[in-house]
Design a protein around this ligand. Structure first.
Ligand code: KIV
Length: 262
């Protein structure tokens, strides 16, 4: 199982594998395979069918993190701090302490760069491990009027590098880079000494993360460019359901094999 130390040491070596999970069942399938499981607030969309992540709460995140921790005992687990739960240092510390007290998560994730550095520092100085998150930050979707790919200009790249350096200096042990042009993500990764974990950020980061329901093809309505489907989950479920419905309607299920006869 990965630790903060081994994750930090993985910089520049075999890329870290990270996947989201929101429940014990899928967490148990991913357990001891991937390096890190992220209980992302993306659950608000892919689990809760909401339009964005903003209405996820501490209670919701804690509930799902408890489930994931119950299902995955051999994997390093990170919980996303939801929108509004870390608007100042005191609140962030209070809420992040709750994560350690009420779940088995090993770390929390915070969106934001330089402006969030004091909050990240307040957590790390109080023994809470923090994964940063810069680039496209879903919790900014309403204030920025949409999801925007970053790192398209030299100015943006410089801003991102400064953000990454501030997050590292504040004590974060790793950094998610989301929705960033590949070359920019490469330069950010080269500019810091903690591992970077990319999503829609090309192949030069120190790891990759995907949302499980995108990666396994269960979420059909929309497929972001970066979200490779490794399984056509929705079609498999659809086919299995069609077979089940047909067998029930024709009374071929349950056959003798699935029936108590005495
Ligand atoms: O909420 C989430 O799943 C995330 C990943 C996309 C990195 O933050």
């Amino acid at each position: 199982m990965k630790t903060i130390t081994s994750i930090k040491k993985s910089k520049g070596l075999t890329p870290l594998t990270v996947i989201t999970a929101y429940d014990a069942l899928f967490a148990s399938l991913f357990d001891a395979k991937v390096d890190i499981i992220l209980v992302g607030d993306s659950l608000n969309m892919s689990f809760g069918a909401k339009a964005d992540t903003l209405s996820a709460t501490m209670d919701i995140m804690i509930y799902h993190t408890q489930a994931v921790c119950a299902g995955a005992k051999e994997t390093f687990i990170v919980m996303d701090m939801p929108f509004g739960s870390y608007t100042n240092e005191t609140l962030a510390l209070q809420n992040a302490s709750r994560v350690y007290a009420q779940t088995g998560a090993h770390a929390v994730k915070i969106e934001g760069g330089i402006s969030r550095a004091p909050i990240i520092r307040a957590l790390t100085q109080n023994s809470i491990a923090v994964m940063g998150h810069i680039g496209l930050m879903p919790q900014f979707v309403r204030s920025e009027g949409g999801y925007k790919i970053r790192g398209r200009t030299e100015e943006e790249i410089q801003t991102l590098i400064k953000d990454a350096q501030a997050v590292e200096a504040a004590g974060a042990f790793s950094l998610v880079i989301e929705g960033v042009v590949e070359e920019a993500a490469k330069r950010i990764s080269e500019a810091i000494s903690i591992p970077t974990i990319g999503i829609g950020a090309g192949k030069y980061t120190d790891g990759q993360v995907l949302v499980w329901s995108d990666m396994l093809g269960f979420f059909k309505p929309f497929q972001p460019k970066f979200a490779k489907r490794y399984l056509d989950g929705a079609t498999l479920v659809d086919e299995a359901l069609d077979t089940y419905i047909k067998e029930v309607q024709t009374r071929s299920f349950p056959s003798l094999e699935y029936t108590y006869t005495k």
